[in-house]
Design a protein around this ligand. Sequence first.
Ligand SMILES: NC(=O)c1ccc[n+]([C@@H]2O[C@H](COP(=O)([O-])OP(=O)(O)OC[C@H]3O[C@@H](n4cnc5c(N)ncnc54)[C@H](OP(=O)(O)O)[C@@H]3O)[C@@H](O)[C@H]2O)c1
Length: 525
Amino acid sequence: MIANHQDSNPTAAPCVMVIFGASGDLTKRKLIPALCNLALDGLLPQQFAIVGFATNDYTTEGFRKMLGDEIPKYAPGPLDLKTWDWMRERIYYVRGDFQDVEAYKRLREQIEQADQIHNTLGNRFFYLAVAPRFFSPIVKKLGECSLTKEENGHWARVIVEKPFGHDLESAKQLNQDLKQVLTENQIYRIDHYLGKETVQNVMVFRFSNNIIEPLWNRNYVDHVQITAAETVGVEHRGGFYETAGALRDMVPNHLFQLLTMTAMEPPISFDADQVRNKQAEVLHAIQPFTPEDVLKNTVRGQYGGGIVDGQRVAGYRSEPDVSPDSNTETFVALKLQIDNWRWAGVPFYLRTGKRLAQRTTEIVIQFRRTPFVLFRNTSVRNLETNRLVIHIQPEEGISLSFGAKVPGSVMKLGLVNMDFDYSTYFGLEHSTGYERLLRDCMAGDATLFQRSDMVEAGWNVIQPILDVWRALPARGFPNYAAGSWGPIEADDLLERDGRPWRRIGEEEVDKRGRIAVPEKTGIIT
Ligand SMILES: NC(=O)c1ccc[n+]([C@@H]2O[C@H](COP(=O)([O-])OP(=O)(O)OC[C@H]3O[C@@H](n4cnc5c(N)ncnc54)[C@H](OP(=O)(O)O)[C@@H]3O)[C@@H](O)[C@H]2O)c1
């Protein structure tokens, strides 16, 4: 077991959390359950209060009751009643429209009152759990009403939800709007993928293990695969998804976070700007896509009907709020090159999609093959390569596969797995993924939040793809069946380079830890 499980994070400071969009889905599904988890673990300050703001006609009492009724449906673990009682009496509600200055005056009064009652020392942060079109207007109004002023030693911060812009220009505009009112240090652009333990562990795993980091470069790594696959379709988000698509929804934020954590150089400390400088460098080093690259190295797809988890499901074009001839992509695969000393020549393959065969997010580091000469005169025909898989969700852990001799008088090689599973080792945590991020914001630690230059660098990579795809609308959608691994072109993207995607879910590990893979590989003789 771990000998010394230290937490070096600064503690959360006394504060009022103001939630814009407090009657919405995110608040009851994630934010309040995350706060309850933090309170249960003793990680919230005693001097704490929440003020909810939305148009719904709640009183404070009615709002508390709604949350009390709803949260047990969404909380990842059982709700601790004592904790809820503690939380409940710190919750307030203000009814109002985001555009209405009078409502902000009422909000200000409520914040000040909560500050008095709970002695929160004038500190506050605003969580924008609202549709993106409200981000700029709300921050503007906060500025006009002097709610974001930092004076007499107290702080004011704003957490901005995703999506942060829908292309390079709108992301730049949004950054500009926010910076009219706030300094960069006050802005916390959230990406809840970074709240996951395994994502944070990528950095720790790389930089705290001396046997790993020396191999983490073009001399030893053949290629990297990053997959974020969902089995669900667009559910009730058809309207939003029609304007976004898989590329915008997943790549510049979630997939690029995983990419930068995997590819970054070691920072000199965990200080927010040190870490984010290194992440930004990776984004800047990505080889820009020319229009020819877009045609050659990107794949888009849209699911048709099919079978997922044994159930027949409809195609994307039949989902609610989706046009019957929609050309929106629900799948994307890309091949990227990172043009720096560590990674030149090592392709990074990224794919993400809805209605795929299995729900999984993972990073695969595929190492280079060893020389074969030693095995030339044996019955071994083929040497498998080492592969490290960082499992992000739903399983969280790391597995390393390597070759070993199968016992017996004939030389046979087997591919075996060494597995580390987070929940087996550390126990299962009931987490929403927002706990760490909320606490970091209260502690003033922005390491896991995106900085404006990172957001723009991410969109800068994506923009040429958006441009070419807009100019040449997809033909032949739908082009993959729900429950498959996406369009055939995504396989071709790797096959052209003589590589396959990792066959997720198709590998069976036997009791001895050997991987038995149908077809192609399997036990190697
Ligand atoms: N839901 C999730 O799990 C999730 C996950 C990741 C990111 N996000 C992001 O989080 C944000 C919020 O998502 P959500 O699912 O919570 O949205 P939602 O359920 O539609 O909630 C929107 C909230 O905004 C309020 N609102 C809308 N127009 C208003 C106005 N003019 N004045 C005052 N209040 C107004 C609504 O209040 P009334 O209903 O009272 O009008 C409601 O409380 C979005 O940016 C989304 O992309 C959500």
